[in-house]
Each structure stands twice: as structure tokens, then as C-alpha cells.
Design a binder for this molecule. Structure first.
Ligand SMILES: [Zn+2]
Length: 122
């Protein structure tokens, strides 16, 4: 059974148009399918870019953020959840690289500076 998206009438699964309002169900169902596959593509790429971000010093996470945001905007019941997860994980990757590239060298420098600081402060 297929519900007509225009008038809500129940139709047999393989009809081409709604028996009540004659809306073209074939087109409507194809649109739903292509929206679904666009959503899946965005969602999967969003997750892939989390991993790519890890291997690219976080630069590709920017793309992942955009994909996550676009996933969030999709018309799908799980879109918001997946969108938020993708955005948050991409931000985590970016923060991880900022931490690794900026804070660890600073910490490393400060520990090597420790050698010249009087014993009292160590
Ligand atoms: Zn209808």
C-alpha cells in the first residue's frame, strides 16, 4: 500500500496515479527515492570526512562540517541526529588538531625550558 502524498488516499503499491486525486504517484515516489539517496550520500560523505579530517590535519573537516550541516537540513526523520553527530565529530577532529599542532609544541617548549629554570620552580 502507498499513501498519496497529495490527498492521503491509500493506493495499491504499483499504481501510477492516485485513484482519488489522479496525482502522478510514479513521479512523487521517484522524487522521494532521489531525496533519500541524496540524504544517504550526504550522510555517508559526512562520516567519511571525519576520517579524512583525521588524516589531513583537520583541513578536510571543514568540508565535513558543511556536509553535516547539509545533512541536518535534509527532509528525513534521522537527518537532524546524523547532522549533529557529523558536525560535532568534525569539530572534535578540528579541536584535536588545533590541540596537537599548537598546544603540544608549546607544552614541549615549556618543558624543555624547565631545564634552565631554577630547581625551586620545578
Ligand atoms: Zn491523491
Amino acid at each position: 500500500m502507498v499513501y498519496c502524498p497529495v490527498c492521503g488516499t491509500e493506493n495499491p503499491k504499483d499504481v501510477k496515479e492516485c485513484k482519488n486525486c489522479h496525482a502522478n504517484l510514479d513521479n512523487i515516489l521517484n522524487n522521494i527515492k532521489s531525496e533519500e539517496s541524496e540524504y544517504n550520500l550526504l550522510k555517508i560523505s559526512g562520516y567519511v570526512f571525519i576520517i579524512l579530517g583525521l588524516f589531513s590535519l583537520g583541513t578536510l573537516s571543514i568540508v565535513g562540517l558543511i556536509l553535516g550541516y547539509k545533512t541536518y537540513q535534509q527532509n528525513n526523520s534521522n537527518a537532524k541526529t546524523h547532522g549533529i553527530i557529523i558536525v560535532v565529530l568534525n569539530i572534535v577532529v578540528i579541536l584535536f588538531w588545533i590541540w596537537t599542532l599548537f598546544l603540544v609544541p608549546q607544552w614541549w617548549q615549556s618543558t624543555s625550558l624547565n631545564q634552565s629554570i631554577p630547581r625551586f620552580y620545578r
